[in-house]
Design a protein around this ligand. Structure first.
Ligand code: 5AD
Ligand code: SF4
Length: 652
């Protein structure tokens, strides 16, 4: 048995990471050992004879089996039985799983807590070294046992409890809800679409603007009423309310103190912990886990879709953001940037293709900044460990260039080869991360949509600098010209914020002129919303009056509508490939689908020739149809369906 002593700085690393992960790779990349904590980590890595690309997970326990895993997190290489000693004398409370616990209380918990059998049960391989053929691929439950080795899986089972999800915010939140649902489903929960009948209501929240948060507060008010009503019926079990996502991370204290009805608060990196948090909440106390991780990508969790009969899916490929735009709360609520390994993404896309999914959207807060550094070697790729990320000319980052590993272009290439009939989109990118390799891939591969989101945020170089976007208006415009020179038929979209700190009327006019100059197929337009703790909150003054922001927003919307109407009109007469989604919301006699540029196209639901089988049939959701565009508006195109085809046949 190994005896490990952890204390001081190392104990604070525990606070930060829930499970302390010692990675040889990180250790070797730190040239000097400037402080005690790192020295201890170094000694630990030696104790476990860590090689590069191996990590050791130290669960927060006194006795435990410690697993050395390969850094991608997929297989246990060897295990050790350890006794962990730590110094807690300097503090009256310690942090465990994000909940502050009194140390006496903690001692009591340990005495009453898990017995040796918990560890023996999880510990079949202890003292053995697994290598070669003996390597074990971890199931999801195995991974959870490593996260919480003292928790008996049966104790945190949902036992058929009904859970209802309420999702606010971006596509990443939809994808995260699918992860949370997968985890709960695996623990015996069932999903309901009827909120009033749910035993557990989980609200996936968004913090990006004040308006988004206000919607959630209103919903929580409403849920409190439902919960109280249900509590009056003694025959039913009490309803539990959980807050997930960005607001959980940002407002944990306020949520618990202000909203007495909330039982569980789980941040974006804590969804694995949901079954445990929910079962602890049965004791009547609110439970919280909002710790952000440097590693969590949920790579091994297969998301379970919330919608039936879907033909498109989101695949989350990276999480977090290192850009620190001054207005943005995302780096604080979602933490540092980290990428999922290529293999797990490819496996998920293959699975989706086998399920008949026709379109996937690769997701990440900074999707094209993707870098899988977990792999030193990878079949089909030569990986130069020193190769830096190529940032677009004229663009800069606040962080040091990332080195080595597989980049977004490598991933996109791999994913595009899985199913030539599957359309691929990606969002949300940063303009700095569009090297030519990515642009050429988008041009060359028929199944990668020629549709690039290029968030400009603003047209004034001075404001861009205050926003810390890392580019000037001129550099952005040059990039647009460059993209169009490689992909002439590309459709571009963007995000814009008006009324940022100190923005003058003239500077706002520069935003209008950028919208006019670039000619976007779609724009997301927002008034600036001050977010606490962001650099803009600390260093700048939110001095543009609300009424001026709203006036500018209206003018931006008006201009965008005029410009997009022209772009849409120019498409009349074209033949386009549409992926059919289903019946149009406006009329049952029409179908709706999307063209390559992501614009909605509406056409009559009639029988047309299926080119494959050479006879006519009804068009189904998931079919590719060639459509002659006959009409346009600011929002949609209208057309006549010509034939059912395939993506490959259409492009031949
Ligand atoms: N206020 C207004 N809009 C914001 N966005 C991000 N933070 C803020 C904020 N504080 C917008 C940006 C970003 C999009 C997702 O949301 O345009 O690209
Ligand atoms: Fe926010 Fe900027 Fe990161 Fe986008 S790139 S998530 S705007 S900090």
């Amino acid at each position: 048995m190994l005896e490990l002593c952890l204390g001081g700085r190392l104990t604070s690393s525990f606070k930060a990471s829930r499970i302390l992960t010692v990675t040889a790779h990180n250790i070797h990349s730190v040239p000097t050992w400037p402080n005690k904590g790192l020295n201890k980590l170094y000694r630990l890595s030696q104790k476990f004879s860590l090689k590069k690309s191996e990590s050791v997970l130290l669960p927060y326990l006194c006795y435990s089996t410690v697993s050395v895993i390969n850094t991608s997190g997929c297989s246990v290489l060897r295990q050790y039985e350890v006794r962990i000693k730590r110094e807690v004398g300097h503090s009256s409370s310690v942090h465990t799983h994000g909940i502050t616990v009194d140390t006496n209380e903690k001692k009591k918990q340990i005495q009453m807590g898990p017995g040796l059998e918990h560890f023996i049960a999880n510990n079949k391989q202890s003292n053995n070294t697994l290598d070669g053929d003996q390597r074990k691929v971890l199931s999801r439950r195995d991974l959870e046992k490593i996260s919480h080795p003292y928790v008996n899986v049966a104790d945190i089972d949902g036992n058929g409890r009904k859970v209802y999800f309420d999702v606010y915010g971006c596509q990443m939140n939809v994808s995260d809800t699918e992860v949370a649902w997968s985890i709960l489903k695996n623990h015996g929960y069932v999903r309901t679409n009827e909120r009033d009948k749910a035993d557990v209501v989980l609200v996936m929240t968004c913090s990006i603007r004040e308006g988004a948060e206000q919607k959630v507060w209103n919903k929580l008010d409403h849920l409190r009423g439902l919960k109280n009503k249900r509590a009056m019926n003694k025959k039913t079990t009490p309803m539990k309310i959980g807050v997930l996502g960005c607001m959980a991370e940002r407002l944990k204290k306020k949520l618990i103190e202000k909203e007495k009805s909330i039982d569980v608060v789980a941040g974006p990196d804590s969804y694995r912990d949901l079954p445990r948090l929910l079962s602890l909440a049965d004791g009547g106390e609110a439970t919280v886990n909002v710790l952000l991780s440097l590693e969590e990508t949920y790579a091994d969790v297969v998301p379970v879709s919330l919608s039936a009969n879907r033909m498109s899916a989101f695949v989350s490929i990276m999480r977090g953001c290192d850009n620190m735009c001054t207005y943005c709360i995302v780096p604080f609520t979602r933490g540092r940037e980290r990428s999922r390994n290529v293999d797990s993404i490819v496996e998920e896309v293959r699975y989706l293709s086998n399920q008949g999914i026709k379109e996937i959207t690769l997701l990440g807060q900074n999707v094209n900044s993707y870098r899988d550094v977990s792999q030193i070697q990878h079949a089909g790729f030569s990986i130069d460990k020193d190769e830096k990320t190529h940032v677009v000319k004229g663009f800069k980052t606040i962080y040091k260039p990332k080195k080595g590993g597989l980049r977004f272009a490598d991933l996109l290439d791999k994913v595009s080869q899985i199913d030539p009939e599957m359309r691929i989109r990606f969002t949300s990118p940063h303009p700095k991360d569009f090297p030519d390799e990515v642009l050429h891939l988008v041009k060359e591969k028929d199944n990668i949509c020629k549709n690039i989101h290029l968030p400009a945020q603003c047209g004034s170089t001075r404001i861009l600098e205050l926003m810390r976007r890392g580019y000037t208006r001129e550099a952005y415009c040059e990039l647009v010209i460059h993209i169009r020179s490689i992909i002439p038929d590309v459709s571009l979209s963007s995000d814009f914020i008006c009324g940022f700190c100190s923005e003058t009327e003239e500077e706002f006019q520069e935003t209008l002129s950028l919208i006019q100059q670039v000619k976007y197929n779609f724009c997301f337009l927002f008034p600036y919303s001050l977010r606490e703790k962001t650099p803009a909150h600390r260093k700048l003054v939110d001095d543009v009056p609300h009424s001026v922001k709203l006036d500018r927003l209206q003018r931006m919307c008006g201009l965008f509508r005029t410009e997009v109407a022209k772009i849409n009109r120019m498409q009349v007469g074209q033949q386009q490939l549409i992926l059919v989604e289903g019946a149009s919301k406006r009329s049952n006699l029409d179908l709706v689908g999307r063209n390559d540029g992501n614009t909605r196209v509406i056409f009559p639901d009639v029988e047309v020739e299926d080119k494959d089988i050479r006879c006519t049939r009804k068009i189904q959701p998931g079919d590719y149809v060639s459509v002659l565009i006959t009409n346009s508006s600011t929002q949609v195109l209208k057309g006549i369906p010509l034939a059912i085809t395939t993506l490959q046949a259409y492009h031949d």
